[in-house]
Design a protein around this ligand. Structure first.
Ligand code: SF4
Length: 272
């Protein structure tokens, strides 16, 4: 059975690799590291070495056993392009994604130079979405690496957003996720940074998805998600970011994403 995820832009997680090392400022309060240590303390065998990089070959073909089509976040507990993951493992994991073509796989990395290096050797079937995380201007070069990748859907995770990205060029990008940090040590997100990104998405015609951590865990934004064959909408109205300002930019997570619409009962996805 797939592991259901609380991350709003996906449905399940698949972790053929676990563990990682910090690479940029977005890693400071890494959620995966905290969770790995908890799972280690609980005796979970995949986390026997805590957050050290570990490859779990027994998990390589798991998605082939999941019959229900779903969006699968690949390696929520690691970074698939970490230097300790051999090329052959990355290729095997991609082969599973190609074979499990009833799912959509969302691969996200902060190690875009490795993506550039190995990308031409990987089979980019239509169901493999590739994304990079950009948390501030210091790592904007990841965007060029993503643009050079042959994936059919390329997305940006601007989460946790730690600074403004006023000049970000969204050419060749299919989807943008924006969010803040959560947890007790969360670094603040400025509404002005979100507005700038919203406006750049609007100007470029790129779907914009504001995740619930956008302001804080207590003041959530409205999001509308595809769940199975239906939709489920959540509408939290943070006091400083009126939801109406963002409404035209909520998209349902179909492939490609479809705009959400406002109805008397709240946000709804358009029929698929
Ligand atoms: S790249 Fe991701 S998983 Fe790895 S340390 Fe940074 S935030 Fe954590």
């Amino acid at each position: 059975m797939a592991i259901a995820s609380k991350i709003e832009w996906t449905e399940s997680t698949w972790n053929p690799v676990t563990g990682c090392t910090k690479i940029s400022s977005g890693c400071k309060n890494c959620y995966a590291e905290r969770l790995a240590k908890r799972l280690q303390a609980m005796g979970q065998p995949n986390y026997a070495h805590g957050f050290d990089v570990a490859i779990h070959e027994s998990a390589f073909d798991l998605p082939l056993r999941w019959k229900r089509p779903q969006r699968v976040f690949v390696n929520s507990m690691s970074d698939l392009f970490h230097r300790q993951v051999p090329d052959s493992c990355i290729q095997d994991i991609f082969q599973t994604m190609v074979r499990a073509d009833w799912h959509v796989f969302q691969v996200l990395t902060k190690r875009s130079p490795r993506l550039t290096q190995i990308g031409p050797l990987l089979p980019w079937s239509d169901n493999i979405w590739m994304g990079v995380t950009i948390e501030d201007q210091d790592c904007i070069s990841r965007l060029e690496d993503l643009r050079a990748c042959e994936a059919k859907v390329r997305f940006l995770s601007l989460e946790p957003l730690l600074g403004p990205l006023p000049h970000i060029d969204l050419a060749g990008i299919d989807w943008v996720i924006v969010g803040g940090e959560s947890g007790l040590s969360a670094r603040p997100l400025q509404p002005g940074w979100v507005r700038q990104l919203r406006d750049r998405c609007l100007a470029s015609g790129v779907p914009f998805f504001l995740s619930s951590g956008a302001v804080s865990t207590k003041r959530r934004m409205a999001v509308c998600l595809m769940e199975g064959r239906g939709t489920k909408c959540y509408a939290w109205l943070p006091p400083r970011l009126p939801v109406a300002e963002f409404l035209p930019l909520y998209y349902c997570l179909t492939a490609p994403p479809k705009p959400a619409i406002l109805t008397p009962s709240g946000l709804q996805c358009q029929p698929v």
